[in-house]
Design a protein around this ligand. Structure first.
Ligand code: CO8
Length: 263
């Protein structure tokens, strides 16, 4: 498999049902220029309708995952241009969050500002021991505009989110693990392998079930418990009627690997 450069600072590699998307802007620690955010948005839109890809792994290069918005582009632009960039990033971040595929952020280094916020839009975060997370926008006289005040509070609780957004502190990966934001911390050289194993495990499970399970957890967070439980039962009932539902049960009883087709 070979990497395909889809933007000056973005490379994609397909490995069967897993798409790897790597921010390749080491000299600026992966900072998100407007053109990079625009291309990311187009990529997520394309991926949304791509039935071949079941898992997306998003990662960075060198010591930067994504060190936030490109601060140089914030300098002396008009108010309208600034606001337009924020609207664009909100749309793009939401597009990532709403992908039907399972998404993994493999955070290799600095995940700051918009970079942390982008990781928070993924379903799972794996991190290198070298990764650092933070929302330092207050140090620029701003505040997180990529969902940080909202998604970090939902992921790690209101008190910690307030601490993070008002201090702008950088947190080591281990601390994010302790707070449940990160699922696993590994030595830098093991991060890609940890992401590969997780991605292939998810991609090997029944596609309709994986998509439905992800959607249910997301939707459930917005619903009263009794409504969420009712939707869960309804969805499960629908999966039992699928070909993969029958195949998974038969394969277990016949002591063989299931052959899922996504039907
Ligand atoms: N934007 C532009 N360039 C950057 C950024 C950035 N966010 N971060 C680092 N760089 C550049 C540096 O300017 C430097 O370039 P050069 O070599 O040309 O001087 C290069 O990357 C390497 O960085 P450093 O020399 O600073 O490396 P250090 O190891 O000394 O420091 C730090 C690393 C601590 C990460 C430091 O670079 C830093 O503090 N960066 C800024 C982090 C930050 O404040 N991020 C928040 C930005 S605001 C934001 O994200 C708002 C989100 C809005 C919504 C989402 C939009 C997409």
């Amino acid at each position: 498999m070979t990497e395909v450069r889809i933007h000056e600072h973005l490379v994609e590699e397909r490995r069967g049902p897993v798409a790897w998307l790597r921010i390749d802007r080491e000299e600026a620690l992966g900072a998100l220029s407007r053109s990079l955010v625009t291309r990311l948005g187009a990529y997520f839109d394309e991926l949304h309708g791509d039935g071949e890809v079941r898992v997306l792994v998003l990662t960075g290069t060198g010591k930067g995952f994504i060190a936030g918005a490109d601060i140089a582009e914030y300098d002396r632009v008009s108010q309208a241009a600034f606001d337009d960039y924020q609207r664009l990033s909100r749309r793009v971040f939401t597009a990532l969050e709403q992908l039907p595929q399972f998404t993994i952020a493999a955070v290799n280094g600095y995940a700051l500002g918009g970079g942390f916020e982008l990781a928070l839009c993924c379903d799972m975060i794996l991190a290198s021991e070298r990764a650092k997370f933070g929302l330092p926008e207050v140090k620029l006289g701003l505040l997180p505009g990529g969902g940080g005040t909202q998604r970090l509070a939902r992921a790690a609780g209101i008190r910690f989110a307030k601490e993070a957004v008002v201090t702008g502190a950088f947190y080591p990966a281990q601390q994010m693990l302790d707070r449940g934001v990160v699922s696993r911390v590994c030595p830098p050289g093991d991060l890609a392998e940890a992401a590969r194993v997780t991605a292939e495990t998810v991609a090997g499970n029944a596609p309709l079930a994986v998509r439905a399970a992800k959607r249910l957890v997301d939707q459930g967070a917005q619903m009263p418990l009794d409504v969420g439980l009712a939707v869960e039962q309804q969805t499960l009932s629908g999966l039992y009627a699928t070909r993969d539902g029958a195949e998974g049960i038969a394969a277990f009883l016949e002591k063989r690997d299931p052959q899922f087709t996504g039907e």
